[in-house]
Design a binder for this molecule. Structure first.
Ligand code: SAM
Length: 204
C-alpha cells in the first residue's frame, strides 16, 4: 500500500464506508473514546479521521482537529459534527503540527492502513503533550503470533482492499519509551481487533 493507491481506494469507499463500517465498529469506538477520558476545552487530534464515524461520540466542548489524506473521506466527515471541528488534508505519517500540541490523540483503523504504521504512531506521539493520552483501535497480529503462509496470502489479498491485517503493534511501538501502554484489550473478532491505551510520561 502506498499513499497513491490509498487515495484511489478511499475515494471509491467514501460514499459506501459508513454503510460497511458504522454498526459493527460502533461499540468499540464508544469504548475507545471513553478511554481517552476527554474533558471540555482539551485539544484532540484524529489522524485518518475518514468519514468521521468517531465525531458524534466526542464529548461536547472538546476542540477536535481531524485530518485525513483523502478529501473524499473528509467531505463525508464534514457533515457529521455539531461542534466546531478543524478539518485538514494531511498525511498522518508527516503531521504539520508542532511537538506536544495535543492533550489526546485517537488512532482508529489507521495504523493498519498507512504505508508506514510505525512512522504514523511516532508522529502522533510527537504531537501529544507529556501527560497526554493516546488510544488505538485497530487490527493487529497477536504479538506472539508469526504470520503463516495462509495468513500471508490472505494479507496480500486484503492489502489490495486498503488495509493490512498482518502488522504487529509491538513492532510499531518499539521506538516509544517502555511502559507507556497502560491497557491493551481485545475488541472485535476474538482479539484480532484491539483497543490499546498509551500515556505519554511527564519528564522528571
Ligand atoms: C479504514 S479508514 C478509517 C477511518 C476512520 N479512522 C474510522 O475509524 O472509521 C482509513 C483512513 O485512513 C486514511 N488514510 C490512508 N492513508 C493515510 C495517510 N497516509 N495519512 C492520513 N490518512 C490516511 C484513508 O483515507 C481513510 O480515511
Amino acid at each position: 500500500m502506498n499513499n497513491r493507491d490509498n487515495l484511489q481506494l478511499y475515494r471509491l469507499y467514501a460514499p459506501l464506508y459508513d454503510r460497511l463500517m458504522r454498526f459493527w465498529t460502533a461499540n468499540s469506538r464508544r469504548k475507545a473514546i471513553a478511554l481517552l477520558d476527554l474533558k471540555p476545552g482539551e485539544q484532540l487530534l484524529i489522524p485518518g479521521v475518514g468519514t468521521g464515524l468517531d465525531l458524534p461520540v466526542i464529548p461536547a466542548g472538546v476542540c477536535t482537529t481531524a485530518v485525513d489524506l483523502s478529501s473524499a473521506m473528509l467531505q463525508q466527515a464534514q457533515g457529521k459534527c455539531q461542534e466546531t471541528v478543524g478539518f485538514g488534508v494531511m498525511d498522518g505519517q508527516v503531521l504539520a503540527f508542532p511537538d506536544d500540541q495535543f492533550d489526546a490523540v485517537l488512532l482508529n483503523l489507521i495504523l493498519s492502513v498507512v504505508p508506514d504504521g510505525q512512522r504514523a504512531l511516532e508522529e502522533a506521539w510527537r504531537v501529544l503533550r507529556p501527560g497526554g493520552r493516546m488510544v488505538v483501535f485497530d487490527k493487529f497480529l497477536p504479538d506472539h503470533e508469526r504470520s503463516t503462509a495462509f495468513r500471508n496470502l490472505l494479507g496480500s489479498l486484503i492489502r489490495r482492499l486498503g488495509t493490512d491485517p498482518n502488522r504487529h503493534f509491538s513492532d510499531m511501538v518499539r521506538a516509544l519509551p517502555d511502559g507507556v501502554i497502560v491497557k491493551d484489550e481485545p475488541a472485535l473478532l476474538r482479539g484480532q481487533y484491539r483497543i490499546i491505551v498509551l500515556h505519554k510520561p511527564v519528564p522528571d
